[in-house]
Ligand binder design. Structure first.
Ligand SMILES: [Zn+2]
Length: 436
């Protein structure tokens, strides 16, 4: 562990510390944040709310990304939730804008330091240690992922940034510089295995022992993960951050049973029923939308921010000794479809289909026919075949039957020849609303 006194701290002690931090954070917001002063007053919440501490955080209204965006103007490019004076801001990142126009994320020197500390714990959980080499493939540039790269320095790794868009250069760097670890999106990790195999290069024979995936859900799906582990002959663990809250907040340990909260001390996590908006207990086996609250943030702290990430929680003791809860991201609430009352995540569809390897490539696209979340069955699913495999009605039927059995959803499976579904050096799109 990078910081055992923090990471192995009993969870009830953590909550007590967080309780104090939360009260101070709430007082800070009421003092400095025009956005929260307005929002909390409208909800009938005043200074006395801080007295209830974390136990009563559920009384506070949730914060939606869209609300923050609506306060942005040319005079106020960050938004009304900005609390710090211009001279206190040392960095301004952009969110990548996967779900709309990019927004700005300012940080004070303390915020940046906390981000890096949390990210370093998350990445170190994977087992990478000081003195090892790690190759990174993020064009982090303007994005919050840039702060994650700084966490590699904090761990003491030798960082080899290669960037996105040049697979040949990346594979060459791996061959010549012999890094022990690689950090990339799960989509790109899968693409590299294929790319290398087509050229007679074996990534399994490379120096890479650890593949750290982040940037999108999927790295934790058992079948997909097994494919990556086999292709790289490496242990695959994942990390996850939320642009507006922090970078690589969560990181998986070598037990591979979900991501620990590396950003403990800095962030408080809750679970929500995404449809009703009511709180759910953050207990073992729980699931729901992840809601996060800053505890020690200064530049633009957020309260009860809806992340739109649907997660499953584990709180049973982890053999690694880290005491924080662990999560697995099942998918984005934004990608969720409801087919005859049943919630369907494209990532879950991919997981079921992947079990048909080696007959399929593992790539799928869910192509809903109706706009919006509600869909009438059958739900169209395009499934890419393995290299050289030909469309086969029996296989399509077997996949359809399996999806029905596991996910309780009626689909129409369209098989596509190998190479027909898009490859990505960054994130995959599992939902295709184009052309419909
Ligand atoms: Zn663990």
């Amino acid at each position: 562990m990078l910081e055992p006194e923090v990471e192995a701290r009993p969870w009830d002690e953590q909550l007590a510390l967080d309780d104090d931090a939360y009260r101070a954070q709430l007082a800070y917001l009421l003092d400095r944040s025009a956005f929260y002063r307005r929002k909390l007053a409208a909800a009938g919440i005043d200074e006395s709310a801080a007295a209830g501490g974390l136990a009563e955080i559920g009384r506070l209204p949730l914060t939606e990304k869209q609300e923050l965006r609506e306060t942005v103007s040319p005079d106020d490019p960050v938004g009304a939730h900005l609390c710090a004076a211009p001279e206190e801001i040392v960095r301004i990142y952009s969110t990548s804008g996967t779900t709309g126009a990019p927004s700005y994320v300012p940080l004070t020197v303390g915020d940046l330091s906390n981000w890096i500390a949390g990210s370093a714990r998350s990445y170190a959980a994977s087992g990478v240690t000081s003195g090892q080499r790690i190759v990174s493939t993020y064009n982090a540039g303007p994005f919050v992922a840039g702060a994650a790269l700084a966490s590699f320095d904090r761990i003491g790794l030798c960082h080899i940034p290669v960037g996105t868009g040049n697979t040949e250069r990346l594979v060459r760097a791996v061959e010549l510089l012999r890094p022990e670890a690689a950090v990339l999106t799960p989509s790109y990790a899968a693409h590299l295995v294929e790319w290398a195999a087509e050229r007679g290069i074996s990534l399994a024979g490379s120096s890479v022992e650890r593949v750290l995936v982040a940037g999108e859900p999927g790295g934790g799906e058992p079948v997909f993960r097994a494919t990556l582990e086999e292709g790289w002959d490496a242990r695959v663990t994942e990390a996850m951050g939320i642009g507006d809250i922090g970078v690589s907040l969560w990181g998986e340990c070598e037990e591979q049973d979900g991501m620990h909260l590396g950003a403990r001390d800095f962030v408080h996590a809750e679970l929500l029923d995404a449809e009703s908006g009511s709180a759910r207990p953050l207990g073992d086996g729980g699931s729901g939308e992840l809601v996060l609250t800053h505890l020690r943030h200064r530049a633009a702290p957020l309260l009860r921010f809806r992340t739109r990430d649907h997660v499953e929680v584990r709180t049973a003791p982890c053999p690694c000794g880290r005491t924080s809860p662990r999560i697995r991201c099942v998918g984005r609430t934004d990608d969720m479809l409801i087919v005859r009352g049943v919630n369907v995540f494209p990532t879950a569809v991919r997981e079921v289909v992947a079990a048909f390897a080696p007959r399929v490539s593992g790539r799928i696209v869910v192509a809903p026919e109706q706009p919006g979340v509600m869909q009438d069955p059958p739900l169209p699913v395009r499934v890419e075949l393995a290299d050289g495999a030909l469309p086969d009605a029996e296989l399509a039927e077997a996949i359809r039957a399996r999806l029905r059995e596991v996910l309780v959803v009626t689909t129409r499976v369209e098989l596509a020849r190998w190479g027909r579904l898009e490859r990505s050096e960054y994130k995959s799109t599992l939902l295709d609303r184009k052309g419909r």
